[in-house]
Structure formats: structure tokens, C-alpha cells
Design a protein. Structure first.
Ligand SMILES: Nc1nc2c(ncn2[C@@H]2O[C@H](COP(=O)(O)OP(=O)(O)OP(=O)(O)O)[C@@H](O)[C@H]2O)c(=O)[nH]1
Ligand SMILES: [Mg+2]
Length: 481
């Protein structure tokens, strides 16, 4: 992957604070580019950095206008053995906000410019130190909010996605070579054999791309978190459930129907997965304009959710309207996972046969409605205020969104819609090629489809890029990365 030293592009030097702004033990200022070492050498009192070998650390002072600004350690990385591929210096200074800023300003005063967000990583990409998908993984890793999201980013950073893409590329190149062979020997009797072989190769490729594409939905949930909305009528116990899962009083609970009026979000993790729990205003017709706005927001939250947990207060008499409402939600959100949870089971003790106070999944037990002969839509029973059935609920929440897909969350996952789009496009071109071969179209045209497939794959690793694409990717980074 490493480019030969002669291919490294040495751009003008840039600098930025690479550590978070705030007070800390140390801060790091990163400087990279042409003359980066020489520039810093002019403000460094200590060893002459111009002679310093790569991967060495030097103690000294940063000086400006003959004044010592700070005592620092300077690490020297010489091209091409650095993050960006260029000559790079990292200055570790004391971690105060002001002193860090002063060291940066001293560096900038030597004729170095401030780095744009992600500019160091962009240079690393342009110098062949990282593939585009790896550069994106760096941003994912920085933004990751759960253990699983870190693992997914790490897989991509290790180049596992790039490895798959390179294999796909090679398969397409092999297919193209077969077509060219056929063109060369058109007179001979190779056509039939190569045609079926070619079709087999492309079918295998399609299967492998499908396997990768199938991980996207899970990958998306792992990367961004699972948006979970608690819905139900006022007083069903939605806020109580949120608090029970969070283990703290996050939302206000009261026996007044219509207590929650706005949408409340809370990050919660389960087995390394991030769930964004959203408590909403209870769903009902209301004349209170604030509550009505809350209900509108609840509807919106549900339409954006990955998982809807609908709470029914089972201590209340059966409500045919609610049953219809649940049915309506299910048909409206067919693509979403939805769990219907019966709450306040503690009030039902002894009243429902076949159920237990431990809140186990009770698909087979009889609910009041079933006793009356109707089919209950309830998936499991809990008591949010007593904490019964909460573990079973957690298990069901995870299963509802992940286990049903049967994707190994610790394997390679496609987590970016950009990558998914490129893979789908690749498949479309491959399918065009397959159709062309089947219809006996000339090999020239088949090659065109296959070349288009190669281009789409190249978008993932970055062989094919546009300025806009790079801008949109690198603008997600923080300054200093
Ligand atoms: N007995 C019993 N009471 C519960 C249970 N869960 C919640 N409650 C009570 O039900 C009432 C309403 O609870 P909330 O959590 O505020 O209900 P909500 O669904 O958030 O209501 P709104 O915000 O008004 O939509 C409170 O008095 C809770 O203490 C439960 O499992 N058993
Ligand atoms: Mg509430």
C-alpha cells in the first residue's frame, strides 16, 4: 500500500491542535508538510531538529520573540514513515487551553497554515497511506458511541472491506480477460465453454456482493445506534420504563395522564450496542395545545424509529380502540420492528392465568382479551415500576432488531450508505453484463458493463473519486485529524 517515496506529494505545511480543547495533562500540536521540520526547528530550543532522525523524541522549549512559551517534547516523523506520508512533527506541550494555543500560534507564525478538518487524513489518503474506506473508518472510530461501533470501525480500518473489494475487482478483471480471450480466438471453438465459465464467475461474484450487502442494515444500526421509541397511551408507564432501563430518574413520572409532553432522548447501551431511547407524549386526542404538539412529535419519532416499544396498561379494561390503533401502527410501519408490551402486570397478579410475576414471555399464556376469545397483540408482560420482566424485555429488544437478521455483529459489516450504494451499483452493472452475455451481445459491450462495475467498486476504496466526494467525507472529521 505504501507509495514509493518519490510518489509522495509534499504539500504546504499545515498545523492544528490534535487533542481536545480543554485542560489536560498534555496537548499535542501536529504539523505536517513540506519544510514542516525546518519550520518548527526555528522556534525550538534544544537539539537541531533539522538533523533529527525519524521516530525520535526531543526535549526542549518553544520560543517566540526570545520568550519561552512552554517546555515540550517534539516527535519527528520523516516522510514517508508518518501518518500523512509527509514530514511531520508532533509537539507535546502542557495541556492548558492558553498555552496550547500559544504554541500553535508560534508554529503558525513560521509560515505554516491552519489545517482544515480532516486535512491530515486527506493527505494520508492522497499519499496512499490509507484507502478511502479506511479514512472513513478513522472518522467512524472517532465518532463511535458504543463498543460494537468501535469494533465495526476497527474492522474497516484494518482494511477488511478494502480486501473484499480488491478480491471483487480481481474477479471482474479475470472476467474481462476471458472476454478478451474470446474476442481474440473468435474463430475457434472456445466460445461456449468460456461463456458458461464467465456466467459462473459473475454469479459467484454476485453472491459474494449480496453477502456483504446483507450486513448493511445491521451495520447501520451498529454504527448509528438503534432508535427506540416508547409509545402508548398516556399513563401506560413509558417514562417509568425509560427510567427502569436507564437505572435512574431520567423522565418525570406521575399518575397524571399527559405528564410527558416533549420527546426525551437518552443513550443506553446493551451488550455493546447503542440504543437511543426516546420517551414520548402518550398518544391520545387532546385539546391541550402543548400536549397536542407533543403527540405530533411522538408520531414523528415513531416514523423515524428502528424499534417501537408500544406499552399497554393491562390493569385497565380492554380497549378495542387501542387494539385497532396497534394494528394500524403495525400496518403503517411494516418495515420496522415493533414490540407490544403489557405493563403493570403487578396489578394483575392472580387475575391472569398462565402468567407469572417474573414477566416471562407469555405468548402462550392467556391474557384478559384471550379469555374473552380475542387474539391479544401483546408480545410480553412486564412491571416497569417493580422491574419485573425487564431482562426478558431487553433480550426481546435486541432480538427484534438484530438477531432476526442473523448477522454476526463482530464480523465485517457494511456500515456506510455510500458503500452500500456503490455495491448496489456494481451489482447492477454485473447484471447488465450477465444479460448481455446471455443474449449473445458482442464481447465489446460486455466489457463496457464490467468496466462500469469496476468503477463503482473503485468508489469505495477511492481509486475513483471526485472533489465533492472527498470534501463531504473529510468535512466530517475534526480539526487536527
Ligand atoms: N402498578 C404499577 N404502576 C405503574 C407501573 N408502571 C408505571 N406505573 C405508574 O403509572 C403512572 C404513569 O406512569 P408514567 O411512566 O408517568 O406513564 P407515561 O406512559 O409516561 O405517561 P404520559 O407521560 O402521561 O404519557 C405512574 O403513577 C406510575 O408510577 C407498573 O408497572 N405497575
Ligand atoms: Mg411519560
Amino acid at each position: 500500500m505504501l507509495k514509493p517515496t518519490s510518489d509522495i506529494i509534499h504539500k504546504e505545511p499545515i498545523a492544528a491542535i490534535a487533542t481536545p480543547v480543554g485542560e489536560g495533562g498534555i496537548s499535542v500540536i501536529r504539523v505536517s508538510g513540506r519544510d514542516a521540520i525546518a519550520n518548527v526547528a526555528t522556534i525550538f530550543r534544544g537539539k537541531n531538529l533539522a538533523d533529527a532522525a525519524s521516530h525520535t523524541v526531543h526535549f526542549g522549549h518553544i520560543i517566540r520573540d526570545k520568550q519561552k512559551i512552554d517546555e515540550v517534547l517534539v516527535t519527528v516523523f520523516r516522510s514517508p514513515r508518518s501518518y500523512t506520508g509527509e514530514d511531520t512533527i508532533e509537539i507535546s506541550c502542557h495541556g492548558g487551553v492558553l498555552v496550547t494555543q500559544q504554541v500553535l500560534e508560534a508554529v503558525l507564525a513560521t509560515g505554516v497554515r491552519s489545517a482544515e478538518p480532516g486535512e491530515f487524513t486527506q493527505r494520508a489518503f492522497l499519499n496512499g497511506k490509507l484507502e478511502l474506506s479506511q479514512a472513513e473508518a478513522v472518522a467512524d472510530l472517532i465518532h463511535a458511541r458504543s463498543r460494537k461501533a468501535v469494533e465495526a470501525a476497527q474492522q474497516q480500518l484494518d482494511g477488511n472491506l478494502g480486501q473484499h473489494i480488491r478480491t471483487f475487482r480481481q474477479q471482474i478483471i479475470d472476467a474481462t480477460a476471458m472476454i478478451e480471450l474470446e474476442l481474440d480466438f473468435i474463430e475457434e471453438d472456445v466460445e461456449f465453454a468460456s461463456k458458461s465459465q464467465l456466467l459462473r464467475l459473475l454469479a459467484e461474484l454476485n453472491t459474494e456482493i449480496n453477502r456483504l450487502l446483507a450486513t448493511y442494515e445491521t451495520g447501520r444500526l451498529v454504527k448509528h445506534g438503534i432508535r427506540t421509541v416508547f409509545a402508548g397511551k398516556p399513563n401506560a408507564g413509558k417514562s417509568t420504563l425509560l427510567n427502569a432501563l436507564m437505572g435512574k430518574e431520567r423522565a418525570i413520572v406521575s399518575d397524571i395522564a399527559g405528564t410527558t409532553r416533549d420527546v426525551i432522548d437518552a443513550d443506553w447501551s446493551l451488550d455493546g450496542l447503542l440504543f437511543t431511547l426516546t420517551d414520548t407524549a402518550g398518544l391520545r386526542e387532546t385539546v391541550d395545545i402543548i400536549e397536542a404538539e407533543g403527540v405530533k412529535r411522538s408520531e414523528k419519532a415513531m416514523s423515524e424509529a428502528d424499534l417501537i416499544v408500544y406499552l399497554v396498561d393491562v390493569s385497565q379494561p380492554e380497549d378495542a380502540t387501542e387494539r385497532e390503533a396497534i394494528q394500524a401502527l403495525k400496518s403503517r410501519f411494516t418495515g420496522k420492528s415493533m414490540l407490544v408490551v403489557g405493563n403493570k402486570m403487578d396489578r394483575m397478579e392472580g387475575r391472569v392465568s398462565g402468567n407469572t410475576s417474573s414477566g416471562v414471555e407469555t405468548d402462550t399464556s392467556l391474557t384478559p382479551a384471550q379469555q374473552e376469545g380475542g387474539a391479544s397483540p401483546i408480545d410480553l408482560y412486564i412491571s416497569a415500576s417493580r422491574g419485573t420482566g425487564i431482562d426478558a424485555l431487553k433480550h426481546r429488544m435486541k432480538a427484534a432488531v438484530l438477531a432476526n437478521r442473523d448477522i454476526d455483529t463482530s464480523g465485517l459489516l457494511v456500515t456506510s450508505s455510500r458503500h452500500r450504494d456503490a455495491l448496489e451499483k456494481t451489482q447492477r452493472h454485473i447484471n447488465d453484463a450477465v444479460r448481455a452475455i446471455e443474449n449473445g451481445v458482442s464481447g465489446d459491450f460486455v466489457s463496457i458493463d464490467l468496466r462500469a462495475a469496476l468503477q463503482s467498486l473503485g468508489m469505495i476504496t477511492g481509486e475513483i473519486t471526485t472533489e465533492d466526494l472527498l470534501d463531504s467525507i473529510f468535512s466530517r472529521f475534526c480539526i487536527g485529524k
